[in-house]
Write a protein that binds this ligand. Structure first.
Ligand SMILES: O=P(O)(O)O[C@H]1O[C@H](CO)[C@@H](O)[C@H]1O
Ligand code: HPA
Length: 274
């Protein structure tokens, strides 16, 4: 067995020692969105430090543990904290948990994140369903020898985000009467936020929002043939003509304040998974 697959199996085996629950949906909780895990019933929480091969999660607003249990009757596993490239992780490390979740039984992945709104129509607190992304991290989790048991050497990326499940998330926004955009996420390496000129460039490239995560996870999901839905919360407005200062605390606070909208959308996806 190749190194990565062995690590995946060992992490999954360590999780199985802690709970019999076989999760069907995996949820990655972004900055300020970890509170959704508190709604999981019958929860088993496992700090990443108690699992093999996993680094500590160091990002602000990321608790760093896996939570397994039921959300609206659906068996789920939630990552309360993710691994970013700017924490010094390789793209492969930052995406490994996607394969672990699949090994545990997950068949759908829901990814959430905090992002800067580049589209001038976007306001702080608005959710954005990812329609597509642009990988400007210049890193890819699939670099290296491909393990054909995990997925194909050259995965198709023409539609990385599941349209039907995305529609269910948008329908929740319509039902609950809040604005939800559908747009393109630019994945940046970070940890600096972007300069005015960079935001202007990103807009010209066709991006609606920018963040420092999600892309490696979505690539791994595509590689592993896991349908994926991703939702950003716009935490700072960064159209170049009205750019102010941004801080990590401001981002976490804005994501937390708007988290009820993302929670409603995640629940709608769970209901649509059936
Ligand atoms: O994408 P998540 O993990 O939500 O976090 C976002 O917020 C942090 C910056 O404030 C970066 O980590 C960025 O990617
Ligand atoms: O403006 C941003 N840029 C990159 N990542 C982010 N995460 C939250 N806001 C931002």
């Amino acid at each position: 067995m190749q190194g990565l697959r062995q690590q995946i199996e060992e992490v999954a085996a360590a999780v199985r020692q802690r709970t019999d629950l076989a999760p069907r949906v995996g949820i990655i909780l972004g900055s300020g969105l970890g509170g959704l895990a508190d709604e999981i019933e019958g929860a088993t929480a496992i700090p990443y430090g108690e699992l093999p091969h996993l680094p500590q999660s160091t990002a602000v607003g990321h608790a760093g543990r896996l939570v397994l249990g039921e959300l609206d009757g659906m068996p789920v596993v939630a990552m309360q904290g993710r691994f970013h490239l700017y924490e010094g992780r390789s793209a492969s490390q930052s995406a490994m948990m996607v394969y672990v979740m699949k090994a545990l039984g997950v068949r759908t992945l829901v990814v959430t994140n905090a992002a800067g709104g580049i589209n001038p129509q976007y306001r702080v607190g608005d959710p954005m369903l990812l329609d597509d992304h642009i990988n400007l991290m210049f890193r890819n989790p699939l670099v290296g020898v491909n393990d054909d048991e995990l997925g194909p050497r050259f995965p198709d990326m023409s539609a990385p985000y599941d349209v039907r499940l995305g529609e269910a998330a948008l329908a929740a926004a319509r039902r609950e009467n809040f604005v939800c955009h559908r747009g393109v996420y630019a994945g940046m390496l970070g940890p600096t936020y972007e300069t005015r000129a960079e935001y202007r460039m990103l807009r010209r490239l066709g991006a609606d929002a920018a963040g420092m995560s999600t892309v490696p996870e979505a690539i791994a999901a595509q590689h592993a043939a896991l349908p994926c839905v991703a939702i950003s919360t716009i935490t700072n407005e960064c159209s170049p003509d009205k750019l102010g200062e941004t801080s990590g605390d401001e981002v976490v606070h804005a994501a937390d304040a708007a988290s009820g909208k993302v929670r409603a959308m995640v629940r709608a996806v769970l209901a649509a998974v059936g």
